[in-house]
Design a protein around this ligand. Structure first.
Ligand code: GDP
Length: 308
């Protein structure tokens, strides 16, 4: 079996962890959004890759929902006393990741190589591929003008009203990602329950990716990040309203459109799926426990098998 999962950070990593536990490790490849990546304090930061790496290695911080567990904050406290920028919080352990990545990028390694080395050192089985080794940056057109993504997301806590998004740069998709989509042995593509606009769309908008997905023989299965009109975490529902969409599981399926062969929604949304073209599976999609993550992963794989 060969499964390709497209993921952002928190929501995507939950399902990716479930998939990694119900599949043989070598059967899963995860493509991570890098539209959120940015440079801060001279460091190259890749938030979605790090969330995946920390989640799949068991190092994620369960209280914060981002960063590492058992974190200390000496760097941040010292930076504060020095009058440095403190709007983006970097824990001491997390900082080592960014320092090492930055150093290796400057020495000429690709983000793919660095991520692969880190995941092996941390004992992660599945491959984690950045969507690109090039530069593509999500920008947000808000009421206050165009904002860099982390300025919108972290510094302004997603408060500005979003009018439009753009993905800036001429990055090419990571070559192994495209090769996997063209591989006749690919069993399924899973679009994780990530934010469709700022986590999945950057991946889909890379040159050739949509065409490769349309041409791909494997079924494409998405899980709704919206449950009963609400996002579990983050601005997905707020953003949908601001972009003129209904904040619903149905509207997410309509947004993905013809791309989907199967769509997984929560029991709470079952009644709103009439007339949609992908095959609908209704299940519990809220992942609170490890068992929830594994159970949803199995439902996703069954749904893919049923449309194959
Ligand atoms: P980010 O890059 O860290 O914002 O992470 P993602 O885009 O991957 O995840 C954000 C999305 O995950 C939000 O739309 C949430 O509603 C969704 N999400 C988080 N936890 C769950 C869950 O347990 N079940 C489902 N269905 N969606 C979830």
């Amino acid at each position: 079996m060969s499964i390709l999962a497209l993921s952002g950070g928190v929501g995507g990593a939950k399902l990716a962890l479930g998939l990694s536990r119900v599949l043989p490790q070598a059967d899963l490849t995860i493509v991570a959004n890098t539209g959120d990546d940015f440079e801060h304090l001279g460091l190259s930061i890749s938030p979605d890759i790090d969330t995946l790496v920390y989640t799949l290695s068991g190092l994620a911080n369960p209280e914060l929902g981002w960063g590492r567990r058992d974190e200390t904050w000496n760097f941040m406290e010292t930076l504060t006393t020095l009058g440095g920028a403190t709007w983006f919080r970097l824990g001491d352990r997390d900082l080592a990741m960014h320092v090492e990545r930055t150093h290796r990028l400057r020495a000429g390694e690709t983000l793919t190589e660095i991520t692969d080395d880190v995941r092996r050192r941390l004992g992660i089985g599945p491959r984690i591929l950045p969507m690109t080794d090039g530069r593509m940056r999500t920008r947000v057109h808000a009421s206050t003008g165009w904002l860099d993504f982390q300025d919108y997301f972290v510094r302004r806590r997603c408060e500005p009203v979003v009018h439009e998004l753009m993905f800036e740069g001429d990055a090419q998709p990571q070559p192994e990602f495209l090769a996997l989509l063209a591989d006749p042995a690919l069993t399924a593509v899973v679009i994780c329950p990530s934010n469709p606009f700022i986590s999945v769309e950057p991946i889909l908008s890379l040159p050739g990716v949509r065409d490769a997905l349309h041409a791909c023989r494997a079924p494409i299965v998405a899980v709704s990040p919206i449950i009963a009109g609400r996002a579990v975490k983050g601005p997905t529902a707020k953003m949908m309203t601001e972009l003129g969409l209904d904040p619903s599981a149905r509207a997410v399926a309509e947004w993905y459109g013809e791309l989907l062969d199967a769509y997984i929604v929560d029991h709470a949304d079952a009644a709103d799926m009439d007339g949609l073209h992908p095959r609908i599976t209704v299940t519990k999609t809220l992942m609170l426990t490890l068992e929830d993550r594994e159970a949803l992963a199995r439902v996703v794989l069954d749904a893919a098998a049923s449309v194959r």
